[in-house]
Design a protein around this ligand. Sequence first.
Ligand SMILES: N[C@@H](CCC(=O)N[C@@H](CS)C(=O)NCC(=O)O)C(=O)O
Length: 206
Amino acid sequence: MIRLHGMSRSNYHCLIKAALIEKGLEFEEVKAVPSQEADYLEKSPMGKVPCLQTDQGFISESLAIIEYLEALQPEPALLPREPFARAKVIELIRHLELDVELVARRCLPAAFFGAEASEEIRTSTQRDLKKGMKALSRLLVCDPYIAGSDFTAADLYAFYTFGLASAIVRKIFDEDLLENQDALAALLQRLAERDSIAQIEAAKSA
Ligand SMILES: N[C@@H](CCC(=O)N[C@@H](CS)C(=O)NCC(=O)O)C(=O)O
């Protein structure tokens, strides 16, 4: 039995939970919080959530987990089989994570945990987010899904990236990260209604 370790407050945890639901795989959830304790670092070497427990051992990093689930249960596919299309989906995922999510995350402690964000952090976050959003807009298809005709793992990354990044940007900069991104905003609204995501989001507010 697969066990997903993490917490529902984590966007990456929710992303993997959505992938498991999309694939119809049976799994159990094990509550875990990020931790630097030695026993948790054995499971997830940076102490982050989520991590996946399999019969062979633990896997950390959401993209490694997605690749594992894809190999374990190829249908329904979350990554294209065709090499170029697959690479383009991974490319989108990497830009979403590295150039939007991780950049916005610099201001997470200030947005939600009462920390101070220095002027330097605020300026570099705003600057790098602009760059990241521009890069992303060169890759987005959003017709109807983020990478094109099929729903893929990149849609899950988009939903859970912007869920967090937009909230941070609204709170810290009083700006709309999706300004001038109408097709993307519409896609995110459609994704919110998708069964897997809707189920996870409903459970959070229950
Ligand atoms: N690159 C990781 C990111 C996971 C991540 O950032 N998880 C957050 C919770 S949403 C976490 O554990 N943060 C604690 C930390 O950074 O120490 C992945 O794709 O799984």
